[in-house]
Write a protein that binds this ligand. Sequence first.
Ligand SMILES: CC(=O)N[C@H](C=O)[C@@H](O)[C@H](O)[C@H](O)COP(=O)(O)O
Length: 246
Amino acid sequence: MLSNSDGFDLSLESQEQILPGMTEQMLKALAGSLIVSCQASGNHPMRNTDAIVRMASSALLGGASALRINSPPDVRAVRAITDVPIIGLDKEPGRMRNVITVRPDQAAVLAAAGANIVAVDATSEVTDDIQGHLRQAGIAAGVPIMADVSTLEEGLMAWDSGVGLVGTTLSGYTPYTLRGDLRPDIELVAALSSRGVRVIAEGRYVTPAEVRGAFDAGAFAVVVGGAITDPVAITRRFVAATTRQQ
Ligand SMILES: CC(=O)N[C@H](C=O)[C@@H](O)[C@H](O)[C@H](O)COP(=O)(O)O
């Protein structure tokens, strides 16, 4: 049986390993809603904490229920302007891709900066022990964990460890899920949801119709990032529709 940390169906065995659970307030805030990921890294022109704060304010004005924010300084700055739930993460370059909050100390710093939930890389690419890895992060952070996964197996394992949310964030990014198309993995949302996992649809959502599709597949909430907050990517999409030779 799948167990989870919100107080339902917990065996004694899983209670010994309990992770911080989602509060009712957080669940109410997120259910059925849009979360906007406000991030910019490296040499991106928007890589500036004030710019991130302005993105976050704009997203909130537009009706976002919560925000996903990278790095402790950005989390701290956004926390100062809003009380909505912040999903914090700490991205750093890995071998082939950016990895997401891989160490417990990073999780603790994000929570101290004001993250209500900490997103953690829960892929077999970064750990042989997904459940132990998530428990360490959750215990260090003292706040609920969002497990960012790339496959159904990773998602089920993560959920069973007591995380608050499972995100499809990394589907298409791990070596074993790389694929040609850049579409969101709505099938993974459906597969996780049908097994009782509280799933956040995230990764490559560009159109409102795709967001609707994720909810139809059972998503608890949907995260949209670049399609809202990255003017470079948005411009590229329009330029691709022009007749000028690129
Ligand atoms: C793979 C990875 O590192 N994803 C990161 C996770 O936080 C962000 O770079 C994404 O922008 C975020 O997941 C939202 O996705 P999209 O921008 O596609 O809507």
